[in-house]
Design a protein. Structure first.
Length: 65
């Protein structure tokens, strides 16, 4: 079940990646929902995504706390 939430979170984040503010809000929600090891996986996934969309880089600060 938890893995399904992680995949769902990645899908939502990919869909809202056009808007950095909305993306950051979804990242905050994801931190509340996901398990600690999934948050680390999500951080790595977002780092990869920010190579294509550098404006999303600001959202990484939520994952580094």
């Amino acid at each position: 079940m938890a893995r399904a939430m992680f995949e769902y979170t990645k899908t939502v984040l990919a869909k809202v990646s056009f808007d950095a503010n909305l993306f950051c809000k979804e990242v905050k929600k994801a931190i509340d929902r996901l398990l600690p090891y999934e948050i680390e996986e999500l951080r790595l996934w977002i780092v990869g995504l920010t190579r294509q969309n550098p404006e999303l880089n600001q959202c990484l600060m939520y994952l580094n706390t």
